[in-house]
Design a protein around this ligand. Structure first.
Ligand code: UGA
Length: 434
């Protein structure tokens, strides 16, 4: 059992704290937001993440996780302090480290014995050094700073945390290596490694992983666009290349571009980090450019199909950047909405989880409806922006009754071409025959 403080109860902090409690540790989560802390004390999970509520409740009951706004108290008890603080993109696209460095400086003032300070946030190469300097300004006891990037995906966060493909620990402090290895022991099984390296390599591993995955998706999106031009089927090409074990089947699904709070931010930050040392990432630069165009490629298809879009009403299924989340950060659906509104089209939107977030952003610029079928009523065509499970097996007869014409523009390839033909839909998807 280890005593842990997790500073910052955003997405990563909350999952980290809860999952460490689940493996028998004693966790104190710290946040400056009093209302949120009070909510969590009542057992309310402030984010939507499948399975998190169950283990959250279990560990509160077992007294293994508690919540406070008092950093000093939490730190005093803890042997390991995780920093899971926001690192929003600054005006120039580089990560803003003011939260991380601010807390690091405070830690320097309050630690009274050796502590392991762990960076869990995605931070640029060299941040561990800056955190060390910030803590050292006031600290008069030894401490170690560790980079321990997180690779969990929204929607699968609990499972990814409890069953990681790998754990990366960046530190050259021997005592910290031992403490971190003991902490992660319950998660290291089935041959999935714990990889210990220096701090900078650990920091870069996170950016390299996200940028590689974003590149893999973008590459497939370009192949998909080319398939449309030459009449090939991207599904076949995807299966064909994915069977090569060096390529693998994952992250080869073409669509309306990658979004979310991680890929766009991290890919931009890597490009920016390169610039800072006079290195230009050609591939990363191209990935960002291709992704921009990809997000609104479905609207381009609408324009070539209908011509002028003004006066048309379109149904939009899916607002979240991907299924099983209410997260709309950098969601392709928002770019589609923006472009459709510019073209003076009307939108009736439905999403199982993300509507409140979009309402807060767009107000009454678009119409929100209570279920997926209400969106279709009187709409010229349906656009699919997120591949929610509930959209995959709909009542096609009802859809045909409600839509003005049986027309679907699918940005996520959720239906089979044969089925669409049998059902009598005009079906335009990504990289497949129309
Ligand atoms: C991503 C990474 O997958 C995690 O490993 C990482 O820890 C996380 O960022 C982070 O840095 O915190 P996440 O943003 O939750 O996780 O979402 P993904 O499931 O990776 O999807 C990202 C985007 O790529 C989505 O917009 C999704 O629709 C798109 N995507 C994904 C595709 O277009 N095609 C695919 O084949 C896969």
């Amino acid at each position: 059992m280890k005593k842990i403080a997790v500073v910052g109860t955003g997405y990563v902090g909350l999952v980290t704290g809860t999952c460490f409690a689940e493996t028998g540790n004693n966790v104190t989560c710290v946040d400056i937001d009093e209302r949120k802390v009070e909510q969590m004390r009542q057992g309310v999970v402030p984010i939507y993440e499948p399975h998190l509520d169950v283990i959250f409740e279990r560990n509160i009951k077992a007294n293994r996780i508690k919540f406070t706004t008092n950093l000093e108290e939490a730190v005093e008890e803890a042997e390991i302090i995780f920093l899971a603080l926001p690192t929003p993109p600054g005006e120039d696209g580089s990560a803003d480290l003011s939260y991380v460095l601010g807390v690091a400086e405070t830690l320097g003032k309050i630690i009274k014995e050796y502590k392991v300070i762990v960076d869990k946030s995605t931070v640029p190469v060299g941040t561990a050094e800056l955190v060390t300097e910030a803590v050292a300004k006031h600290a008069n006891v030894p401490f170690a700073v560790v980079s321990n990037p997180e690779f969990l995906r929204e929607g699968f966060a609990v499972d990814d945390f409890l069953n990681p493909d790998r754990v990366v620990i960046g530190t050259e402090d021997e005592k910290a290596k031992q403490i971190m290895t003991e902490l992660y022991k319950p998660f290291i099984r089935d041959g999935h490694p714990l990889i210990i390296m220096d701090e900078k390599s650990a920091e870069l591993t996170k950016y390299a992983a996200n940028s590689f995955l974003a590149t893999k998706i973008t590459f497939m999106n370009e192949i998909s666009n080319f398939c449309e031009k030459v009449g090939a089927d991207v599904d076949m090409v995807r299966k064909g290349i994915g069977s090569d074990s060096r390529i693998g089947h994952k992250f080869l699904y073409p669509g309306i571009g990658f979004g979310g709070s991680c890929f766009p931010k991290d890919v931009s930050a890597l490009l920016k980090s390169g610039k800072a040392v006079d290195y230009h990432f050609e591939i990363i630069d191209a990935v960002l450019r291709v992704n921009e165009g990809q997000k609104t490629s479905t609207v381009d298809k609408l324009v070539s199909y209908y011509g002028d879009l003004s006066g048309y009403t379109f149904a939009l299924w899916g607002l979240a950047f991907k299924p099983d989340t209410d997260d709309i950060r950098e969601a392709p659906a928002l770019y589609i909405i923006e472009k459709l509104l510019q073209q003076r089209a009307k939108i009736k939107a439905y999403d199982p989880e993300a509507m409140e977030n979009v309402k807060a952003l767009l107000g009454d610029k678009i119409e929100f409806v209570d279920n997926q079928y209400d969106a279709l009523e009187g709409a010229e065509a349906l656009l699919i922006a997120t591949e929610w499970g509930a959209f995959r097996n709909p009542d096609f007869d009802k859809m045909k009754e409600l839509l003005a014409t049986p027309t679907i523009f699918d940005g996520r390839n959720i239906f089979e071409l044969d089925r669409m033909e049998t059902e009598g839909f005009y079906y335009s998807s990504m990289g497949r025959k129309t």
